[in-house]
Design a binder for this molecule. Sequence first.
Ligand SMILES: Nc1nc2c(ncn2[C@@H]2O[C@H](COP(=O)(O)OP(=O)(O)OP(=O)(O)O)[C@@H](O)[C@H]2O)c(=O)[nH]1
Length: 458
Amino acid sequence: MDPLDRAFLANVMDLMLDAVCVVDGEGRFVFVSAAGERIFGYTPQELIGRPMIELVHPDDRERTLNAVAEVVADRHLPIFENRYLRKDGRVVHLMWSARWSPADGVRVAVARDVSARKRAESVQAALYAISEAAHAAEDLMALFAQIHRIIGGLLPAKNFFVALYDAPGDWLSFPYFVDEHDAAPPPGALDAETLCAELIRSGRERLLSRDSADAATSAVHPDVGRSAVDWLGVPLSGSQGVIGALVLKSHSQEVRYGPADVELLKFVSAQVAAAIERKQSQLRLLHVAQHDALTGLPNRSLVRDRVATALARARRDGAGLALLYLDLDQFKPVNDRCGHAVGDGLLQQVAQRLKHCVRASDTVGRMAGDEFVVLLSHLHAPDDAPGVAEKIRQALCRPFEVAGHTVLVSPSIGLVGYPAHGEDADQLVQRADEAMYAAKRAGGNRVCVAGGGRPPGG
Ligand SMILES: Nc1nc2c(ncn2[C@@H]2O[C@H](COP(=O)(O)OP(=O)(O)OP(=O)(O)O)[C@@H](O)[C@H]2O)c(=O)[nH]1
């Protein structure tokens, strides 16, 4: 047999895993070898006569045309990579070598499908990005948004939610929920028949399809969005067990999930669970470092940060701000008469009463023993602060019931305002403390404004 025989060469070409493509001067396919069907999803007959550029991923078209110009100009083209869109809508990554044939007026190119390598590279990059996000994200919501963006780079993720499960409290919540049509389900106990409950209880991934044979009889129902086409869910398996689930949903026939997507999401989910656990433990440590263990209130260092932040905002917006420094009068006798545990209980109840007297956007903090601070931000009028201080004084004068003891105390309160009494956080805290001592020297159970009574905002 003549190894250069045309039929023999054609036979060899059909066996090749790479696709041989011949494109004319106008950029239309004139020949595609058999491997083209596997790579592009179109038969060679469907491709002949079609402009090559139509199949190129829109984002890669410009640089592909630039590369074609290089080939036609007979300049050396190093190995070139771009993305094509297959007939089924999926993206295929190709690596090309090409040459212009002036005698025939065509260019001959050989394409190799490198999607598997590209996918592996993207997954590696995604795993790294998720682990980085656990350090960089400010809070859990920022982390979830980053994870959503990273997973969206691997597979369609327009509709994506994170469910978290608190096993000791048997409580399932949906802290991150992005969906074209549905709203997040309400939090609640682990419901027996929902997809999330199934993922968390079984610790196994699940792909539900509306049109699948077992859909009607399945015991598992989507948590939300019964109108969707596919639900792809994976459990988040942490170091201590399943901590939640990730769910992707498709509302359109154009986006369908398959076994490869299940495997990919499952693979990535281990890193996601680790990132969430790491962020949760960082946040827990930060909370411990910034809060008082007895009352749960912000401690001295967090109060100082809050005052500095509120000051920066007040300077920018021209809004008012006031700071109250409180010390309980005759607290020591409570400890001495009723015991330390009652003293502790009293401090906890004082913290609660203080919080009830102000808005959620204000800060109540514990500075030490029986000393508290209240930061009033966004004051509409400077005169509002003395009113709040008086309300607090009255609230703390009402009797407390602590472990069978009726306890009576009163507060001495020092009041300062920005900009009247100071420019920076330390100065304001110190002047409020001094005003509190002035109230104490005057007999306690009263409010003293720093500097002898000027209105704080003036
Ligand atoms: N139970 C309890 N007592 C505390 C805690 N921290 C500090 N103390 C006590 O709180 C008291 C605070 O002291 P002072 O403010 O001087 O006592 P006071 O009787 O209120 O004195 P005046 O403020 O001058 O009226 C001390 O007896 C501390 O031992 C705590 O976490 N729990």
